[in-house]
Design a protein around this ligand. Structure first.
Ligand code: AMP
Length: 308
């Protein structure tokens, strides 16, 4: 990766949650950890491209955290500050980090979040619709002027509760990034390949299926590509790894000249690489110190895992 590529990257708009997380990890309790899907995605994407974030925080959210994001080239003008408390999520992980239980979700100011794109965000060519209510994802698209690429994430809650609105979103996105369980639920089919074909029939031209430590699959109409997950020796906190994957993917695409198959495959490998770093420390901490050299080295190791 050429470090100068970031200078000619196009901007990327990310919409999603900005949060405080209370994490119970095998290594201990970590209350008040900076979290939220948009936070992780913005940390990752800003390694590659200028980022704009649309979200909401409460009066309790430190200005210093927003300042930290700005110092990474993240435009925070779209993060509204409202009276009340910031969204808070509490989760406990199993000893093997393989599963987690949500202990508490306090929507707080996120409860009546209505995404408002500042005028300067409306022409942004790359849009990442984080996992929020599908109706709100549609509101973002209604405000964006013909983006070059729209990607979306979603979750089980919206798949079961808001399927019609979610289908409306899918009809408008180029790329859907979801995990394997969500894909199966959405397609009502256990077979990943059939499920992928079904979901692409709903709109997205491409689909990325995240399978945690088993890697990720990229589907389009003609081909399938596999990116392994980097086998880590030290796994600390998997929170936000999926959002990090999506942020790095879109960030890399925003700094690339084209959106051809080869570029997208490379973006998936880079996304898997950056997501692996996220897991090495609590919250987005590791992402904050990550360098291009570290990414390039690990990308090479990841590639060598599947090179004959
Ligand atoms: P992930 O591990 O990729 O599922 O992302 C975890 C992040 O999503 C945490 O930092 C949470 O703050 C955030 N989060 C958890 N539940 C929700 C929700 N219902 N809506 C939006 N963000 C959430």
């Amino acid at each position: 990766m050429n470090p100068n590529s970031r200078n000619r990257a196009q901007p990327l708009l990310i919409v999603g949650s900005v949060a405080f997380d209370d994490l119970e990890l095998p290594s201990g309790s970590f209350p008040n950890t900076l979290g939220g899907a948009a936070t992780y995605a913005a940390h990752a994407a800003s390694l590659f491209a200028p980022v704009q974030v649309v979200g909401v925080v409460g009066e309790d959210f430190p200005e210093s955290v927003l300042e930290g994001l700005r110092s990474r080239g993240v435009d925070t003008a779209g993060i509204e500050r409202r009276a009340g408390k910031t969204f808070r999520w509490a989760g406990r992980y199993a000893d093997n980090l393989g599963s987690r239980t949500t202990l508490d979700t306090q929507l707080n100011v996120f409860a009546d979040f209505r995404p408002r794109l500042p005028e300067s965000y409306r022409d942004t060519p790359f849009v990442m619709l984080g996992n929020i209510q599908p109706a709100l994802q549609l509101e973002v698209l209604a405000q964006a002027k013909s983006p070059r690429l729209v990607a979306a994430d979603t979750m089980n809650f919206w798949i079961s509760g808001e399927r019609p609105a979610l289908c409306e979103v899918l009809a408008k996105v180029d790329l859907l990034v979801i995990n394997d369980e969500e894909l199966r639920q959405l397609a009502e089919d256990h077979n990943i390949k059939r499920a992928a074909r079904y979901v692409m029939g709903l709109g997205p031209k491409r689909l990325i299926v995240k399978r945690g430590e088993y890697g990720a699959l990229l589907f389009d109409q003609n081909s399938t590509f596999f990116a392994p997950a980097y086998p880590l020796e030290t796994e600390v906190d998997p929170t936000g790894a999926g959002d990090t994957f999506a942020g790095a993917l879109l960030g890399y695409l925003a700094q690339s000249d084209g959106l051809d198959e080869g570029t997208i495959r490379r973006a998936v490998m880079i996304a898997a690489t950056v997501a692996s770093f996220c897991i090495e420390d609590v919250g987005p901490k590791r992402l904050a110190t990550l360098t291009q050299t570290e990414i390039a080295q690990r990308l090479e190791e990841l590639s060598s895992l599947v090179r004959l």
